[in-house]
Write a protein that binds this ligand. Structure first.
Ligand SMILES: C[S@@+](CC[C@H](N)C(=O)[O-])C[C@H]1O[C@@H](n2cnc3c(N)ncnc32)[C@H](O)[C@@H]1O
Length: 300
């Protein structure tokens, strides 16, 4: 079963060209955890695609809104989910999000920012990705309880993951996104990288700071300090929870073009469990990790 899952995972990743994985959307458990942890009522998504995440979100949130630029995808997902209470909006998130938030205050709301051209049958807006515009809009209406999730962090520029290809070569640097939030959002709002997503929330309002492991991972990621990220994988494995380890692994797995990230992933999963470790080793070999790194890994 596990082997089958990995085969399906890798096939789907490779068939989409690695850099985007849009078919499955966000997991049910993650949506439920976020809703419960922050006691949220409303879910707003930019970029509906086929409604995979939207369809799951309506099980846990009282109100669900989703914005899609492609008319075809908007119609298809609306038809597929017509028995739900979801509000489907057709248009570009840079304009539609402003209209929506001017009517519905984003109090106790999870805003999931996932609008961008992702090949297949998706479309491109005038600014792709619209993330910085969306963050500017949210800033106008933000409440202390608003929680924002930015998807596909691996696509944003760092010296080690971009430009991976022509579709994301023009993306902003993840540091620009971080600095925008740091310099413009109300006091207390912080930005952490968790897996392949960034979460932005008011740590003072929620009295909830993430663990040192995740804080450090975010710092090193933003500083583009791969060596310290590897060091973190060695040293803080003991201090991370199983969930945190698995989120870091997810991030590393998705960025498999980067041999060192595969290596971090291999290191953590070796400590986590032997089965995944073998998969990661195979990936590390595939991406031609140098021999020295491989032998260090083997000797652990
Ligand atoms: C990665 S997919 C979304 C996946 C979906 N959120 C899920 O979890 O299943 C990105 C979607 O954003 C749409 N999109 C691109 N630019 C957009 C924009 N400016 N406004 C709204 N949607 C946009 C694309 O057509 C595509 O369907």
């Amino acid at each position: 079963m596990r082997v089958l899952f990995f085969l399906m995972f890798f096939c789907s990743v490779f068939s989409q060209g690695i850099e985007f994985s849009i078919s499955g959307g966000m997991g049910k458990r993650r949506l439920k955890n976020l809703q419960m942890r922050y006691n949220l009522l409303t879910f707003i998504e930019t970029g509906t695609y086929e409604g995979a995440t939207t369809g799951k979100a309506c099980r846990y949130f009282e109100d669900v809104f989703t914005i899609e630029l492609s008319e075809e995808l908007y119609k298809k997902s609306k038809e597929r989910l017509k028995k739900t209470q979801i509000t489907f909006i057709h248009g570009s998130s840079d304009e539609e999000l402003d209209k929506l938030l001017s009517h519905y205050s984003p109090d106790r709301t999870l805003i999931f920012l996932d609008a961008h051209f992702s090949r297949c049958d998706t479309v491109k807006g005038k600014n792709d990705p619209p993330l910085l515009d969306e963050l500017v809009t949210i800033q106008k209406y933000i409440k202390e309880s608003t929680v924002i999730l930015v998807d596909d962090v691996r696509c944003f520029k760092t010296s080690f993951v971009a430009p991976m290809n022509e579709y994301i070569a023009h993306y902003p640097k993840i540091n620009d996104v971080f600095n925008f939030v740091k310099n413009n959002y109300p006091k207390g709002f912080e930005f952490y990288i968790i897996g392949d997503q960034a979460i932005i929330y008011n740590t003072e309002y929620y009295k909830n700071k993430p663990s040192n492991g995740l804080k450090l991972f975010t710092d090193y990621y933003l500083e583009e300090d791969l060596d310290r990220m590897i060091g973190l994988a060695y040293e803080s494995v003991e201090n991370l929870t199983a969930r945190e380890k698995s989120l870091i692994c997810q991030m590393a797995l998705k960025a498999t073009q980067v041999p060192k990230l595969s290596f971090i992933s291999a290191l953590i999963t070796k400590n986590l469990n032997q089965v995944n470790y073998k998969e990661h080793m195979q990936k590390a070999r595939q991406y031609k990790l140098d021999e020295e790194v491989l032998s260090r890994l083997n000797s652990l």
